[in-house]
Design a protein around this ligand. Structure first.
Ligand SMILES: [Zn+2]
Length: 334
C-alpha cells in the first residue's frame, strides 16, 4: 500500500493525456485513448533501459506548464487512492519540464500545489522526489534541482534522486551534486545497479544514497549485499520494469528472494504504472506467484516500505499499523 518508486511522467493515465496536452498547448499524435495507451507503453521487444526511456518523450511533451504539472500530480494521487495506497513518493526531473519556459522552481512549485490539493481531497499521504539527470553538460541543471529540493524540503519535497541512462553516464560523474545535497541535508536516493553493475551501487552509497532505486546488480557482490544490510539501505525494487529493461535475463534470475534471505531491506514498487503497464497490487501478486512468497513475507515487504519512507516517526507508526491492519484485505481484493 506504499509505493516509494513511482515516476510521474511514466505514470500518466492515457485518459489524462488529452487534458494535459490542452494545458500544455501540445498536439498528440493520435485521437483515441487506446492508441495513446499503446504509444505510452513499453513494447514487448524492449531490449534495454535506453529503449525503455524513449517512452517518456510523449508524456514529457504534455507536462510543460504549471497547470499540467499541478493537474498530473493531483490526478495521480486520485488514482493511487483508488488503488488503495495510503502513501506514495512521486518523482520527476524538474529540468525536463522547462521546454516551454518554466523554471525548475516553478515546475516544482506547481507539483507541490497539485500534491497538497490531492492530499487534502483524497486523504492519501505523499511526498515528491526531485530527480537529477544522468547526462553530460547538465551540471548547472542538476545543481538547480538540488537547490529546488532544499527550498521545498518538508513542504512537499522529501528527497533528491539520480535518474536516466546509468550505462552511459556512471554514478561517480555526479558525486559533487550529491555532496551538495548532503551538505544541505536533503535526503539522497539514487537509481543504481539497474543498467550498470555492483560498482555503480557502491558509488551511489559513497554519494550518500539512503535508498537505492532497483539495486538488483548488487547480487554480483556479496560484500556489497552485506554492506547494504548493515547500513540498512532500502532497495526500491520494480519487478516488471526490471524485466522489461532486461536488467535480468529471466524472472528466475531476479534476486528478490536472495536479497530477502540475506536480510536486505527490500521494497516493492511500480516504477512507471503506464509505461510498464502495472500497478502496486499487480507487482505484489506477480512476486507472490513467481517466488511462492507467503502473505506474511509480502506484508513484511510492505512494512519495509513504511520503514524506508521519508516521513516523520509519527507518520511511520501510523503507516505501519495501517499495513498491519489492512494489508491482507488489500492484497486479497480484486
Ligand atoms: Zn525509476
Amino acid at each position: 500500500m506504499i509505493d516509494l518508486h513511482l515516476h510521474l511522467d511514466g505514470s500518466i493515465h492515457p485518459e489524462d493525456m488529452f487534458r494535459l496536452a490542452e494545458m500544455s498547448g501540445a498536439a498528440l499524435p493520435a485521437e483515441r485513448e487506446e492508441e495513446i495507451r499503446k504509444m505510452l507503453m513499453v513494447e514487448p521487444g524492449c531490449r534495454n533501459l535506453g529503449e525503455y526511456l524513449e517512452k517518456f518523450a510523449l508524456p514529457l511533451q504534455v507536462l510543460q506548464t504549471k497547470e499540467s504539472m499541478e493537474y498530473a500530480v493531483y490526478r495521480l494521487l486520485k488514482r493511487l487512492r483508488t488503488q488503495g495506497l495510503c502513501y506514495a513518493e512521486i518523482r520527476f526531473a524538474p529540468q525536463l519540464h522547462t521546454q516551454k519556459g518554466l523554471t525548475q522552481e516553478a515546475a516544482v512549485h506547481a507539483a507541490v500545489s497539485g500534491l497538497g490539493q490531492g492530499i487534502r481531497e483524497f486523504g492519501i499521504s505523499a511526498g515528491l522526489i526531485l530527480c537529477c539527470m544522468r547526462g553530460a553538460g547538465n551540471g548547472a541543471e542538476n545543481t538547480e534541482t538540488v537547490a529546488a529540493a532544499e527550498r521545498f524540503l518538508g513542504k512537499g519535497v522529501c528527497a533528491v534522486d539520480l535518474a536516466g541512462n546509468e550505462a552511459a553516464y556512471p554514478t561517480e560523474m555526479f558525486s559533487d551534486v550529491f555532496g551538495r545535497a548532503q551538505e544541505r541535508h536533503v535526503p539522497v536516493v539514487i537509481h543504481a545497479g539497474e543498467a550498470a553493475g555492483a560498482e555503480s551501487v557502491r558509488k551511489a552509497l559513497e554519494s550518500g544514497a539512503l535508498r537505492i532505486g532497483h539495486g538488483i546488480r548488487a547480487m554480483e557482490d556479496s560484500g556489497l549485499m552485506e554492506l547494504l544490510r548493515d547500513r540498512k539501505i532500502y532497495l526500491e525494487m520494480c519487478y516488471s520494469s526490471n524485466l522489461q529493461t532486461r536488467a535480468v535475463d529471466s524472472p528466475e534470475d531476479y534476486p528478490l528472494p536472495e536479497f530477502m534471505e540475506k536480510g536486505l531491506y527490500v521494497t516493492v514498487n511500480t516504477d512507471n504504472m503506464t509505461v510498464s503497464d502495472t500497478n502496486l497490487k499487480k507487482e505484489y501478486l506477480l512476486l507472490k506467484k513467481q517466488f511462492a512468497l507467503t502473505d506474511d513475507a509480502l506484508k513484511q515487504l510492505a512494512l519495509n516500505a513504511a520503514e524506508g519512507a521519508f516521513v516523520t516517526e509519527e507518520e511511520r507508526a501510523e503507516l505501519k499499523s495501517r499495513i498491519q491492519r489492512e494489508f491482507a484485505a488489500w492484497l486479497g481484493q480484486g
